[in-house]
Design a protein around this ligand. Structure first.
Ligand code: NAD
Ligand code: TYD
Length: 356
């Protein structure tokens, strides 16, 4: 094995933040394996040290490409961020979610298992497959229910969460049956720089600035446990370094917020940092819209295993993290314009079509 890691989905929101953080704090090479769907953007990795990272455009389900990539680079770990990740898209079209999150993840596990079996025994022991998952696999909580722990039963409610739950079960089984050294993390909602603007927080920031309505689903009283993306990435690094093989780790922000309060906080930050020309409050743009079908009411993570076993805790509060996030979107109009215009999609087609 070499001092190299493979990061699947590394051109997406969390994966790219992870790669940038890794290159800043850890040694060795990083191979990003990403299909570059609508959510994958090579520009997210623009700040990466090009001498130490390489982007390979391929599907995690492409057995021959993934087998060859693992044989060539001999990574000490594979971290799987690749997924279809948007609940609303999963409601409109679940097929892609089953394909990537279940079928292609199965194929990736088989590629990784074959590579792992080819290693000498000492290297087999050191190798890790880390699977990045979500708290949504646990379903929904009532207002007074205890937060999700690692012992909470799976009860997914959306096509997205069901497909992620299926992938978590496959990962578990590949450890239990074949001995593959796996780690799984289940994290709450992330926010921060490089977040594709169809998810709640970046959508609200950009719609507000463009004078568009801010669409709040249903009564806006749904609760999510928000974690700044860099804190998620430090948690994943900690699990990779010291997590117990075969275990799952719940990562969360200890920061439950109602959707409407998140939107109001975004509006207040924008009122301060980029006031409307007419002097009115951005909150005037809030518009309640039809609810999401099957909308989970509340998510909350009990992250005590991360704290007690691995000494991890978030370093950003919601106030500091959200301020940084709003400031990042205000400071990066070019990234926003590219993503929104689809210009980067054209570039991806031009630059990568022949490589895929
Ligand atoms: P994202 O949609 O921004 O990025 C996903 C990336 O995976 C994209 O770069 C995309 O091109 C790539 N991809 C998709 N299908 C692929 C395939 N078949 N082969 C190779 N690459 C493929 O998602 P994200 O928000 O960065 O989430 C990353 C992971 O973290 C996902 O597994 C998600 O379930 C999990 N997660 C997300 C959150 C959140 O709040 N965003 C919270 C907890 C867990
Ligand atoms: P989202 O960012 O899609 O994450 P998830 O569904 O995975 O939690 O949505 C976060 C919450 O915000 C969720 O309860 C749905 C809600 N929401 C809205 O109210 N309006 C919107 O336009 C979007 C995209 C989400």
């Amino acid at each position: 094995m070499t001092d190299c890691i493979v990061v699947t989905g590394g051109a997406g929101f969390i994966g790219s933040n992870f790669v940038l953080q890794w290159l800043q704090h850890e040694g060795g090479r990083v191979i990003v394996l990403d299909k570059l769907t609508y959510a994958g953007n090579p520009a997210n990795l623009g700040a990466a040290d090009t001498g130490r990272y390489e982007l390979v455009c391929a599907d995690i389900g492409n057995r021959s490409v993934v087998d060859a990539l693992l044989a060539q680079h001999k990574p000490r770990a594979v971290l799987n961020f690749a997924a279809e990740s948007h609940v609303d898209r999963s409601i409109h079209g679940p097929g892609e979610f089953i394909q990537t999150n279940v079928v292609a993840t199965f194929s990736l596990l088989e590629s990784v298992r074959a590579y792992w079996l080819s290693l000498p025994e000492s290297e087999q022991q050191a190798f890790r497959f880390l699977h990045v998952s979500t708290d949504e696999v646990f379903g929904t909580l009532g207002p007074d229910d205890a937060a999700f722990s690692e012992a909470t039963s799976y009860a997914p409610n959306s096509p997205y969460s069901a497909s992620k739950a299926a992938s978590d079960h496959l990962v578990r089984a590949w450890h239990h049956t074949y001995g593959l050294p796996v780690l799984t993390t289940n994290c709450s909602n992330n926010y921060g720089p490089l977040h594709f603007p169809e998810k709640l927080i970046p959508l609200m920031i950009l719609n507000a600035l463009e004078g568009k309505p801010l669409p709040v689903y249903g009564d806006g009283q749904q609760v999510r446990d928000w974690l700044y993306v860099e804190d998620h990435c430090t948690g994943i690094r900690r699990v990779l370094e010291s997590g117990r093989v075969g275990e799952t780790y719940n990562i969360g922000g200890c920061n439950e917020q109602k959707n409407i309060d998140v939107v109001l906080t975004v509006c207040a930050l924008l009122d301060e940092l980029s006031p409307r020309a007419d002097g009115k409050a951005y909150s005037e743009q809030i518009s309640y819209v039809k609810d999401r079908p099957g909308h989970d009411r509340r998510y909350a993570i009990d992250a005590s295993r991360m704290q007690n076993e691995l000494g991890w805790r978030p370093s950003e509060t919601f106030a500091t993290g959200l301020r940084k996030t709003v400031q990042w979107y205000l400071a990066n109009p070019e990234w926003v314009a590219n993503v929104k215009s689809g210009a980067y999609r054209d570039w991806v087609e031009k630059n990568y079509t022949e490589r895929c």
